[in-house]
Every structure is written in C-alpha cells, then in structure tokens.
Design a protein around this ligand. Sequence first.
Ligand SMILES: [Zn+2]
Length: 77
Amino acid sequence: MQCPYCGKEMELGLVQSPHEIAWLKGDTKHAFAIAAAHKDAIVLSPLNIKNMITGCAVRAFLCRSCKKVIIDYSDES
Ligand SMILES: [Zn+2]
C-alpha cells in the first residue's frame, strides 16, 4: 500500500493488544472502553475465544516518514 500523504510504500504490520481493539468516537479516553458500551464504535479485533489465547490484532500499514498508521477494517472480523 502506498502512503496517501507522501506516496512512499508503507510497511505492513500489526497493532496488537491483550484486550479488544476498537475505535471509539471522540478524543477523550473512556473508563469503560469496550465497543459494546459505545454508540458508533467500530470493533477492529474482538475479544473472543481464539483471541483470548493469541491476543487481539489488526493489520495496519505504517509510514515512518509521515508517522501515520492506517487500518483497513473492511476484512477484519
Ligand atoms: Zn507517508
């Protein structure tokens, strides 16, 4: 994938966590951060039986020049 900011090739990697990974609307941290508790939340990697062992992860592309990380959640479940 090419960086939409500078056009350089981006590096594929993972954003990983032992907890659910979700996008939550707004820029304030939430005390209760699971997606089910928030309207408009997007689950990027659910905490399920499989992920309890391996951890939650979502594919992400990195541009070191622009310091941007892009997550395409269209193929995540
Ligand atoms: Zn870039």
